[in-house]
Write a protein that binds this ligand. Structure first.
Ligand SMILES: [Zn+2]
Length: 249
């Protein structure tokens, strides 16, 4: 895991080359490449972007256009709408996409990509490295706080608990998790994060049903006592996004 400069990057050295998951903000290609050179002389063959945001796709352009870029198909559509990939830079858009599941590599090089539904956007990939019992979740699990629900890119707080539950049931044999913007976490932390989001959604739905405003709901909803180590800096924004989604705004 390479920290700094935006979202956490995962680097996996395989038999034939290096796979990079997420490329941070613009300007971070050189630091990523320099770090990889301290690990291996092998070439970078593949980039996987967990989702569309510029702090996870920002340095795609630094790498040769021959590098294979793979994303979930909704993320490909979201990226194509970004200014960063317009005009000449369209050549750095992903050429390979998948819908629900795909695998690349074989044996100990195998990497599994899963899409389980809308969360942070409508195209977030769970990237699983079976031989390492590790997965990169990007902003499917960015921090221990309320999620950032990017409704302009199809994010959904209403779908989120179910999507995470789908992943808990559909992914096996993972111990260690790379999240978008936090230190390494474990499978049990993801189980807890799913429960946190289910509780958050239920509390927001109840507050809305009781006629509370977003401000009133933000004052009354506090999950940090039940969930030790969790922050509430992002609770109000998540409540607003869920209210808007329920109102179909
Ligand atoms: Zn993001």
């Amino acid at each position: 895991m390479l920290t700094g400069g935006g979202g956490n990057t995962a680097v996996v050295v395989g038999t034939a080359g290096v796979v990079v998951v997420d490329t941070k903000n613009p300007g971070w290609g050189r630091p990523i490449l320099d770090t990889i050179k301290t690990l291996t002389p092998k070439p970078i063959t593949t980039i996987i972007n967990t989702h569309t945001h510029g702090d996870h796709t920002g340095s795609n352009q630094f790498f040769p256009a021959s590098v294979d870029i793979i994303v979930q198909e909704n993320t490909a559509a979201n990226m194509a709408r970004m200014d960063a990939f317009k005009g000449d830079n369209a050549k750095f858009l992903p050429k390979r996409t998948y819908k629900d599941k795909t695998s690349i590599g074989a044996g100990k090089d195998q990497i599994d990509l899963y899409y389980f539904g809308r969360v942070h956007t409508d195209g977030d990939t769970f990237v699983v490295f079976p031989a390492l019992r590790t997965m990169h979740m990007g902003d499917l699990f960015p921090w221990k706080d309320a999620p950032f629900l990017d409704r302009s890119n199809g994010g959904s707080g209403v779908a989120m608990p179910q999507t995470l539950d789908n992943a808990l049931k559909g992914i096996k044999n993972v111990d260690t998790i790379v999240g978008g913007h936090q230190p390494l976490v474990q499978w049990k932390d993801l189980q807890e994060y799913q429960r946190f989001n289910a509780d958050l959604l239920a509390a927001v739905q109840a507050a809305k049903k009781a006629g509370k405003s977003v401000d009133e709901a933000a004052t009354s909803i506090n999950l940090t006592t039940k969930y030790a180590g969790y922050e509430s800096a992002r609770t109000k924004a998540a409540i607003q996004a869920i209210y808007d989604e329920l109102d179909k705004k």
